[in-house]
Design a protein around this ligand. Structure first.
Ligand SMILES: NC(=O)c1ccc[n+]([C@@H]2O[C@H](COP(=O)([O-])OP(=O)(O)OC[C@H]3O[C@@H](n4cnc5c(N)ncnc54)[C@H](OP(=O)(O)O)[C@@H]3O)[C@@H](O)[C@H]2O)c1
Length: 83
């Protein structure tokens, strides 16, 4: 059976995260890092980067905060291991 991905509706242009606290798992790289940046860019009130290696999380946080476009809201790093 072929895999089928139905088309997704575009996100509403007035989508806002200004009142939201969001936890992103695997936030120090890949999709998690990209999602964290995206949420801050869209003015999330608070994003918690849930990582299994705090030093990697803090490095990723520094990288994100160096980007002027995403310096909004609060960004925290927390320990989470799913192993
Ligand atoms: N369905 C699809 O089309 C599709 C497409 C792309 C990706 N994916 C899936 O989406 C996920 C993320 O992809 P990605 O490219 O962003 O991967 P990635 O760059 O390898 O990132 C994985 C993240 O998960 C963390 N992680 C891995 N094992 C963990 C554990 N046991 N406990 C806590 N954290 C753990 C890693 O932390 P460390 O840095 O400490 O290792 C890293 O932050 C993967 O599962 C991938 O298979 C699916």
């Amino acid at each position: 059976m072929p895999l089928f991905q139905p088309p997704l509706a575009p996100l509403p242009s007035d989508l806002t995260f200004v009142t939201k606290t969001i936890i992103v798992t695997g936030a120090n790289s890949g999709l998690g890092l990209a999602a964290t940046k995206h949420l801050l860019f869209h003015q999330a009130k608070e994003v918690i980067m849930a990582v299994r290696t705090i030093t990697k999380g803090e490095m990723a946080k520094s990288q994100i905060l160096a980007d002027r476009d995403v310096q909004k809201g609060t960004l925290m790093v927390g320990l989470l291991s799913c192993s």
